[in-house]
Design a protein around this ligand. Structure first.
Ligand code: UDP
Length: 366
């Protein structure tokens, strides 16, 4: 054996593990089938603008340990995510807050907003919401649900809101203050200079092989290390033998525009069903860019098919049950450990991914 660990996938989970193992004197090889490191947090500098090639990533966490950890590898700016939602010709602030309610109903005070929402909720109230629609209606009432949630969610997930798990919408804050900060977390920001740099630093001094597909070269690669940390799709690893887990994929139409400021905000969601994309990202605003040009990406959500990039695991009951069966198989492995969004089939944010990787480090390396 040449290496102690083979890390499959140079995303944040794999890179953190590789860094920590290397630091402890382990010999590590990292491979990735793409031609670049950093997985889906990869950013590419184009005309001085860091373009989030695989969709917008905003770092936010309440975990001080994770925040301090990631700050070793980057300096974060003070970006606060405050998306705008456009529904037909109406424009609203997100997340759902007093600015949203004031625009929607022409009211000013929290008491007025609460009264309207209470009235609407009464019609739909359920003790324990069992799906996203029930959850959204009993949280926000009919107007907010129909204008800002239903169309967007059904586009993003390609499923009726009644067939989606309630927890997805619980990610979104709902508040009666005039606060447009999308996240409730204590810490938030964008790494100055892009995310790729973080992963470059994590992988400094570690052997990395790009354009290297583990499954296509399994025979050879399986024997190069004592242990394997696998961050690819768990069902694909097992050749889908128990069934195919569902994912959502995302496609971006990215355009450089000859203007300085296209939409005045990094993130603008299009919440009506009829607009085919879910949102437009204007990358420069993540870093308060002042370049004379701008780069925008329209984001289209689609069902994942073999060969597409998997983005979001679809954590409904059916898929979670299937995943559990794969997890049971995985537990029997003594050489391979699964992790990350794809290996763990979890809708993880970056901070949770880092925390999960550090937990593995503790378990594996003490
Ligand atoms: N969501 C919505 N309307 C919006 C934005 C989000 O209904 O304008 C819902 C939607 O169901 C989505 C969920 O909130 O799947 C979580 O959104 P978030 O922005 O956290 O998703 P991500 O950034 O991970 O794509």
């Amino acid at each position: 054996m040449k290496y102690d660990y083979l890390v499959v996938g140079a995303g944040i989970f794999g890179a953190v593990f590789a860094y920590e193992a290397n630091k402890r004197g382990k010999k590590v090889l990292v491979i990735d089938k793409r031609n670049h490191i950093a997985g889906n947090i990869y950013t590419e500098n184009v005309d001085g603008i860091n373009v989030h090639k695989y969709g917008a990533h905003i770092f936010h966490t309440s975990d001080t340990k994770v925040w301090n950890y990631v700050n070793q590898f980057a300096e974060f700016n003070n970006y606060v995510n405050s998306p705008i939602a456009i529904y037909k010709d109406e424009l609203y602030n997100l997340p759902f807050n007093m600015n949203t309610f004031s625009k929607m109903w022409g009211i000013k005070t929290p008491a007025e907003a609460m009264k309207i929402i209470e009235e609407q909720k009464k019609q739909y109230y359920v003790e324990e919401p069992s799906n996203l629609e029930e959850q959204a209606l009993s949280l926000a009432g009919k107007d907010v649900y129909e204008k800002l949630i239903k169309g967007y969610t059904e586009k993003q997930w390609g499923r009726d809101c009644k067939d989606l798990p309630a927890f997805i919408i619980k990610r979104l804050p709902f508040r009666f203050t005039y606060n447009n900060n999308y996240f409730n977390d204590r810490y938030q920001g964008i790494p100055i200079g892009g995310y790729t740099k973080i992963v470059e630093k994590l992988l400094e001094g570690i052997e990395v092989r790009l354009n290297t597909d583990f499954l296509a070269n399994k025979e050879e690669l399986v024997n190069v290390a004592d242990k394997i940390v696998y961050t690819g799709m768990i069902d694909q690893y097992y050749d889908y033998k128990l069934g195919v887990l569902e994912y959502r994929s995302v496609r971006f139409e990215t355009e450089k525009l000859d203007c300085e400021n296209y939409q005045g905000n990094a993130v603008v969601n299009y919440t009506e069903r009829e607009v085919p994309y879910t949102r437009i990202i204007e990358h420069k605003h993540f870093e308060f860019g002042t370049q004379p040009v701008t780069i925008i990406s329209r984001e289209y959500s689609s069902e994942w098919h073999q060969g597409d990039e998997p983005y979001y695991p679809v954590n409904d009951d059916k898929n979670n049950t299937l995943y559990e069966k794969y997890r049971e198989l995985a537990e029997k492995e003594n050489k391979v450990i699964f992790g990350g969004r794809l290996g763990g089939y979890k809708y993880y944010d970056m901070d949770k991914t880092i925390a999960a990787s550090l937990l593995l480090v503790e378990k594996e390396l003490g």
